[in-house]
Structure formats: C-alpha cells, structure tokens
Write a new protein. Structure first.
Length: 558
C-alpha cells in the first residue's frame, strides 16, 4: 500500500472529524496508521478524535506515541498536555506544555493550554482565584448586590491572593453565601439580604438562564460606573473603550446603519485584538450586506482569535454557523452542512440541529433526483426480465430495484418484482408490490391477475376471487381471470368446513361484516325468525353480505 493511500485515509478522517463523525474519523486514522505506523501526524489526529469522543486514556496513548515518533514537534506535546489535563493530571500536563513551548516558543495554543492548566490548578487550591469569580457572583441573585459594596470587594481581593485569610471574614454572613455560589453547594445557613426567608433557595434555579450574561455584566453594561466603583474590574482602558465602541456598533446595527456599525466594530477590535466578539459582530454586518467574501474572512479571523484565547465553545460556534447559513442561502448544501457540522462540534445549538436535518433531507432528495434516468431504468428492467427468464430471481430483484431507483413511478417494474418475490415464496412482499403497482396505475389489470395467483398460492381463496373479479370488471373476456376465479371456487369447494371458516375469518371483508352491529342483530333475528330472513333478503346490500358469509362457510343455510 502506498503513502498516497494513507494520506487519503487521513484526509477522510479530517473530514469526518469536522463533521462530528468521531467513530468514522478514528477508523480512517487507524487505517492510515496501519499503512504508515511511523507517521506522527496520524497518531496526533487520532488523539484529537479520541479526546473529542471523551476517550482520554486513548487520546493520551496516541499523544505519547506522537512525541515518541517525533520528539522535536511542539504540537505533539500540546496533544499530550491536553490529554493529561483531561485525565486530571495537571502537573504532568503543565510539564508537557512546557516541553512543547521550548520546541515552539511562538505557538499560541501551547501557551494558552499551559495558562489554562495553571489557572485550573490554582483554582483548586484557592477557589477565590477563579478569573470569572465576579461574573459568577453578578449572575447569582443572592450575591449580585454585594459587588456594589467597596468593602466587600476589598475582602474579595484579599482572598484572591491568599485564601488562608478566610477566617478573618467569617463573621461576615455574606462570605458563606459567596462560598455557596463558588462551590455550587446549597448552604441553608448562608447569609445575605434574603437569608431570613430562604428566598435565595427559590431563586437559585434561575441562575442558569442568565449564563450567557456575564460579558454584558462585566464589559458592556454600565462600564463607566463599574470602572469607578468596582476595584476588581481589571480591564485596561483600551478594553473599556473597545466595549464602548461595540455598544455603539450594536446601536448602529439595530438601526441598519451598517457602515457606521462597521467603523465601530473595527475600532473595537483595534483597541482589543483578543476579543473575538467584535469580529463576530462585524461578520454579522457583512452578512446583512451580502458581502460574502468579507464575511467569511472575518468569521475565520474571529475563530482564529477565539481559539488562541480559548474562547467559550458557544462563541466559537457562532461564526462557523454564520458561514453555514451563507452557503445555505446560496443553496450550496454540501458546504452549508460542513460548516453547520463544525459549529455543532463546538456547541450543540438546537436551531442548527434543525437546519442540519433540513439540509440532509434536501441533499437526499437531490441525490434521488440526480439519479433519475428513464433510459437507464428501462435497461435495468430488461436485464431483470432476462435474469427472471433464466431463473436468477435474486439477481432479477436487484435489477428491478435499480430500475425503481432510476424511475420510481413505473408500475411495470413493481409488477415484475412481485413475480420474483412470488417465485421466492416471499408472498407478503409480492402482494405489497402489486398494491404499489395499482397505486401508480389503478387500471393495471396484470397486477390484479398477479394478486389473484399469489393469493391462490397462499390458499386465500376469497382474496384471490376478489382480485380476479376486479380483473374481470376491467376486461370481461379476460380468460386468465375466468380460469383463476373458477380455480378459487373449486379450491374452496374441496376445502373442509373448518378450513373454509378459518380462511374466511382472515378475510378483512368478512371481518368487517361480522363486526357490524347492525349485521350482528340481523343474523340473530334470522336464527330466531325465518320470516325475518326473508324480509332482510329484500335489501340488496344485506343480501350480498349474507351470501358472502354463506359462500365463506361462516353461515349455513338450511
């Protein structure tokens, strides 16, 4: 096997990984590894797929193999660091990232991975060192008002640097409430303005609804007020100005003043080039203007910045989905599906899930339409006929199935396939094909004749007679229908009474007559009063029903 073949497997794996088909991606990378077991890239990619799937030990094993094959490749140590971090081995993860940074000092992903593990490790020992602490407190109705008190903020800043000083502030009931929020543990004795009546417990479930609010609280809402009264606001002046520019851009965008919005969003990003939100908002303006190239370029830049800064998965998913929406509108469904799928890998948004479902249906329908070809359908049908004549019934069925895919509205093919199923004693499938044939062409007499012969083989004589009678209604001189009808009567005559009744009870028409309350009452009257029978027989519909019951052996005349 060639190197080219292994690369093809790798590319297929990359495509499957981007689409979220993790098992398929792993299988493709494994095939590539089987061909080239010394290629470090294949192990690295499979490590990423395992990590996405949550199989972190396997991700670690592949990452370790990557660094063994290519010990001078920084990215391999990044994979190793990520796997170790997922396994909860923070010290080893930091060591792996450090090794990677030594090899590739300018690699932003290695640096951000190292910083993230460092923050994680420090937050374990000091819960107050969480960089998003103020955001969490602002989101929770029990603690949001605490942030307006400078003395509280001062206590918080002291604990950020040294949590061992917690004992100094335990007399302040607010600290127990803060611990409840940080640790996610309900504390009935936690203090606060609502502690007396326990209202904080009732309001806790509302907190997740505001999960998307933190940046608005800390960076966009009343930013000037926060900077004056909140010493914990660690944003630079440039970042504060950037948020102000973003707000101006949002206002212009709502007014459809797109050029003004563009100016403000660009200015915001110039002031703070680490915040992907400004680029994401800018791409939304380009989308409205249908400036597709600029929109795609800006979305890709936003994703790049977001990945470098370890942005929230939901934020990363938005520009990916926006590109997908563009291709969706332009009816390039394959590209739309690709970008929507990438977005769902980051964050499973219900709206995007619905769009993916719609696109998959469209692609499937278009594939069916593209496959339609009357000429090829007829060729496949003729091939099926030849195989049928030669007794190659399974092969004939395959030809008929191909013909149906090419021309699904041709009744002849269903009739032909029904004949094949009948030869293979697949009578249920044969009857189903006859019904489909008649659905497409109710005047297709051959389908009724075929149904009659199949029912006769199944020893369902009543159903066989019904099919032959339908054929005779279309052609009174049809000899095949006459012969079939005669055979069904003879078969029933030669049946024992028990066989007749058993067969009749399977007939839906007989079942309908017997389940009719009016007919049941008439049959009871006929048993008790012979004169009543004569009176009822004057009604043509009742007479037909009674004769059917008699012919089927259900009712005996004396």
């Amino acid at each position: 096997m060639s190197t080219l073949e292994s690369l093809q497997h790798k590319d297929a794996g990359n495509k499957a990984l981007a689409a979220g088909n993790l098992d398929e991606a792993i299988e493709c990378y494994t095939k590539a590894i089987d061909i080239e077991p010394t290629n470090h890239v294949f192990f690295s990619n499979r490590s990423a797929a395992y990590a996405k799937k949550g199989e972190y030990q396997k991700a670690f094993d592949d990452a370790k193999k990557t660094t063994e094959i290519k010990p001078d490749w920084g990215k391999g140590f990044g994979r190793l660091g990520a796997a170790l971090a997922y396994l909860g081995k923070d010290d080893e993860a930091m060591a792996a990232y450090e090794d990677g940074i030594k090899l590739d000092p300018n690699n932003a992903q290695l640096k951000s991975g190292y910083d993230e593990v460092m923050k994680k490790a420090s937050s374990k020992s000091n819960p107050f060192s969480d960089p998003n602490l103020e955001v969490k407190l602002a989101m929770d109705p029990r603690t949001k008002d605490f942030l307006n008190d400078p003395s509280f903020l001062q206590m918080l800043n002291i604990l950020k640097t040294d949590s061992s000083k917690m004992g100094m502030f335990m007399k302040d009931p607010r600290m127990m409430t803060v611990l409840s929020v940080i640790l996610g543990i309900p504390m009935d004795f936690a203090g606060g303005p609502n502690a007396a009546n326990g209202s904080q417990d009732q309001e806790m479930p509302e907190a997740p609804k505001k999960k998307e609010e933190p940046k608005k609280t800390s960076t966009t809402t009343s930013s000037s007020k926060t900077s004056k009264s909140n010493p914990s606001d660690e944003r630079t002046d440039a970042q504060k100005q950037a948020d102000e520019e973003k707000q101006l851009g949002n206002t212009a965008y709502k007014k459809k003043e797109f050029e003004t919005a563009i100016t403000h969003y660009k200015k915001a990003f110039e002031l703070d080039s680490t915040n992907m939100t400004y680029l994401s908002n800018l791409s939304a303006v380009y989308f409205e203007q249908q400036s597709w190239d600029l929109m795609v370029e800006t979305c890709e830049k936003a994703i790049e910045v977001g990945r470098a800064q370890r942005a929230d998965y939901k934020l990363l998913s938005k520009p990916m989905a926006r590109i997908g929406t563009m291709w969706h509108q332009r009816k390039d469904y394959e590209k739309a599906l690709q970008h929507y799928s990438q977005s769902l890998i980051e964050f499973r948004d219900a709206t995007i899930v619905r769009k993916v479902s719609q696109i998959e249906k469209i692609i499937k329908e278009e594939a069916k339409k593209a496959y339609l070809d009357d000429e090829k359908a007829e060729i496949a049908r003729q091939e099926g006929n030849e195989k049928f004549k030669n007794g190659e019934f399974p092969a004939a069925i395959k030809c008929y199935e191909e013909s149906i895919k090419r021309k699904p509205d041709d009744p002849k093919v269903y009739s032909n396939r029904a004949a094949c199923y009948s030869k293979l004693t697949e009578f249920g499938l044969a009857i189903s094909d006859c019904d489909k044939c008649l659905e497409l062409d109710p005047q297709f007499i051959k389908a009724y004749l075929r149904k009659g012969s199949i029912y006769s083989l199944m020893k369902k004589n009543a159903e066989a007679r019904t099919a032959y009678e339908k054929a005779l209604e279309m052609d009174k001189n049809c000899q095949e229908a006459r012969d079939g009808l005669r055979s069904s009567y003879l078969a029933q005559a030669n049946s024992t009474p028990e066989e007749k009744r058993a067969e009749a009870m399977k007939n839906p028409e007989i079942q309908a007559i017997l389940s009719d309350p009016a007919m049941r009452m008439i049959l009871e009257q006929m048993q008790q009063d012979p004169q009543a029978a004569q009176n009822h027989m004057q009604d043509p519909k009742i007479r037909d029903n009674i004769m059917k019951l008699y012919e089927s052996g259900i009712l005996e005349m004396r």
